[in-house]
Design a binder for this molecule. Structure first.
Ligand code: HEC
Length: 150
């Protein structure tokens, strides 16, 4: 039992670059965890619309609420003074152009709020959710293109 847990942890580490170095309680660790959770949640929503997962009204509505809550959280974990070491994928521009960074964060929040609202309309129609989900994905991408190192 212990052994398989250890093996799993090791496996997870080889998949996540730099995981052995990032303290989960550091600002970097906290924002990475939130971003990963955002990705998982948005992929589930997109997956339900694109047929990878079966569409479930309740799960979709809950996911939309969760994504909207999550989208408000990573920004507080970008400290005023740049903290990014080797394991951060944040560009220097995050600190050099903070206003622009914050603006793109607000854009994402606005798009997840729209999705959250759209997902409360009953009965929930998958067709009506495609545009709001696209908008969220575009907001993620817009910021990554300017501020994230790949
Ligand atoms: C306002 C800018 C911004 C927005 C909007 C944004 N991100 Fe990011 N994201 C970043 C930055 C910067 C990093 C790199 C953080 C670091 O490593 O210090 C990042 C990193 C990530 C990572 C990698 C986390 C890890 O394991 O290191 C994932 C996954 C991610 N974002 C998903 C998303 C998703 C999904 C959305 C939209 C729902 C989103 N992001 C929206 C700026 C943004």
């Amino acid at each position: 039992m212990m052994k398989s847990k250890l093996l799993l942890a090791l496996l997870a580490c080889t998949l996540i670059a730099g995981c052995d170095r990032v303290d989960p309680n550091s600002p970097l660790g906290k924002r990475q965890t939130l971003f990963k959770e955002m990705l998982r949640t948005s992929e589930d929503l997109g997956g339900m619309l694109r047929g990878r997962l079966s569409f479930n009204e309740k799960r979709f509505a809950e996911g939309a609420v969760k994504l909207d809550d999550l989208s408000r959280q990573p920004w507080q974990h970008f400290p005023q003074v740049q903290d990014s070491g080797d394991s951060s994928q944040a560009r220097d521009e995050v600190w050099q152009r903070q206003e622009r960074f914050q603006q793109l964060a607000r854009d994402l929040e606005a798009s997840t709020a729209e999705l959250r609202a759209a997902a409360q309309i009953k009965p929930l129609k998958a067709d009506a959710l495609i545009a709001p989900v696209d908008k969220v994905e575009i907001a993620c991408k817009a910021c990554h293109e300017e501020f994230r190192i790949y």
